[in-house]
Design a binder for this molecule. Structure first.
Ligand code: BG6
Length: 490
């Protein structure tokens, strides 16, 4: 299907993301037989390294699959033989020309060659690299695509500038803006769940849904990444992108088709329909150190890379509302935090209670608690379950709340691909369904910029919460204000 030669250039090849995610994903794509036949991988960064040193560097992070086959070692060798390294200055068109010359040598056995550039570099140099790379190393015969990853600016103003600057060098068609949450299996499945099953879509509205919760939590702090994190904070790091993307995909109207533009047209409408976020609906927190059972956990401010006295939020909970006929009045409760009790990401759809429920006496009148809840567990332990009421088997009549449970690990034996594998493969195939369009980011910043400004202007102090806890109490009051409880695993 892909007869052209393909070159993938990772700019910022010695960075953390490249080592942890990008190279392993490229290898996995090859390992699964999804890489075009004639491919080459190039690392580009400032440090001097030979091809062999570069191969050693990435070999350390390549792994064979759990269901590993015997040929894995051979495949790894083959893959590494196709990896090359070119040192260069990030803004230097000359250095990218040198890279291009080397690429041309390896590509030459095919008439046409396509090129992917993965910009795994700090945002401050996005534009200069995009300029130097596109001038110095665009494919002369095939397409050239560029992958960029957040942060896409820090607010509306910086985003608009970045976006205008990038457009000087790249067209919208060439740009692939990654939000790696969209590449997660359960997120891609969201549209299948909703649109390929009769039983969900008719219930997907204010008429039946009381609230929707999108929850992200990590059981570790910023450890070592504090320097980067501190200038962004959890709102820019997780809510404005990952969680908001989930909301827009969750809440969109039925797209005309599964084509990327159709889906993104609907997603952006959701974002544009959202009401401005009310500051009374925003709770921010920051984790503090904790000593538990003799184990000391550092607070955010103990991180040496964090400026003293920082007010940067490592936790945020907020309520958002979509002002359209489907969702009017339904709170979308978003919550994200670092250094919490557990690592999890999930969507919880809490349904309304059964009107005139025959069993209300049996349910001790606590109808809301007994209401159905659909839980989409993004990670870990991927799965989907629906809380239902069931009669406890036996002679009595006691109601039991239990779940219809689809656990991926027991239902499917296949290994779930990492988000980056799916997304890089989509770039190679030119499929933009899971990438963010410029207007989506514009709408997202329009929602979040005023909140970020208010936090600054009011010098809001984050509520402290202990490392490893459930987060600030304020988040529970926020939910309670809407008569909601944050869901807990059954
Ligand atoms: C990144 C954030 O986008 O997502 C990190 O910058 C966060 O702070 C990470 O840890 C979480 O991703 P995942 O895939 O591990 O849930």
């Amino acid at each position: 299907w892909h007869h052209n030669a393909l070159s993938v250039v990772v700019v910022g090849a010695s960075g953390d993301l490249a080592k942890k995610k990008i190279f392993p994903a490229l290898f996995a794509i090859f390992y699964e037989g999804m890489m075009p036949k004639h491919f080459n991988i190039y690392g580009f960064a400032r440090s001097n390294m030979s091809d062999d040193e570069f191969r050693d560097l990435i070999a350390a992070s390549l792994t064979c699959r759990v269901d590993q086959k015997e040929d894995c070692g051979d495949k790894m060798e083959y893959f590494l033989d196709r990896c090359f390294y070119q040192p260069g200055q990030y803004g230097s068109e000359e250095d990218f020309k040198k890279l291009s010359d080397r690429m041309t040598e390896t590509e030459q056995h095919q008439n046409k060659a396509d090129r992917v550039f993965y910009l795994s570099i700090p945002p401050s140099i996005f534009t200069q690299v995009a300029g130097a790379a596109s001038k110095g190393a665009s494919s002369p015969s095939g397409w050239t695509r560029v992958i960029v990853e957040k942060p896409f600016g820090k607010d509306t103003e910086s985003f608009n500038k970045l976006s205008a600057d990038l457009y000087q060098h790249l067209s919208e068609e060439q740009m692939y803006r990654i939000d790696h949450y969209l590449g997660k299996e359960l997120i891609e499945n969201l549209t299948v769940l909703r649109f390929a099953n009769l039983v969900f879509e008719p219930l997907w509205s204010r008429q039946f849904i009381r609230n929707v919760q999108v929850i992200f939590s990590e059981n570790f702090g910023t450890e070592g990444r504090g320097g980067y994190f501190d200038s962004y904070g959890i709102i820019r790091d997780v809510l404005q992108n990952h969680l908001l993307q989930i909301v827009s995909l969750f809440a969109m109207e039925t797209p005309t088709s599964l084509a990327a533009e159709d889906i993104r047209d609907e997603k952006v409408k959701v974002l544009r329909n959202m009401l401005p976020i009310n500051m009374d609906d925003v709770v921010i927190g920051q984790y503090k150190g904790r000593n538990k059972h003799g184990v000391k956990k550092p607070g955010y401010l103990d991180d040496k890379t964090v400026p003293a006295g920082s007010r940067c939020p490592t936790f945020c909970a907020m309520a958002m509302f979509i002002n359209n006929s489907r969702w009017d009045g339904v709170p979308f409760l978003l919550k994200a935090g670092k250094a919490l009790k557990s690592r999890t990401a999930e969507i919880r759809v809490q349904f309304r209670h059964v009107p005139g429920n025959l069993y209300s006496a049996k349910l001790n009148q606590d109808l809301d608690r007994a209401a159905n809840e659909l839980v989409i567990k993004i990670q870990p332990d991927e799965g989907i379950y629906l809380k239902i009421n069931n009669k406890l088997p036996g002679l009595g009549l006691t109601l039991d709340q239990t779940k219809l449970d689809l656990s991926y690990s027991s239902r499917y034996k296949t290994h779930l691909p990492d988000a980056y594998e799916r997304l890089i493969l989509d770039v190679i195939n030119g499929d933009k369904r899971l990438f963010i369009r410029n207007d989506e980011l514009e709408a997202a910043w329009k929602l979040f910029t005023p909140v970020l400004q208010e936090i600054e202007n009011r010098e809001m102090k984050p509520e402290l919460y202990p490392y490893g806890s459930r987060g600030p109490v304020g988040a529970h009051y926020l939910a309670a204000k809407y008569g909601v409880r944050w869901g807990d695993a059954l």
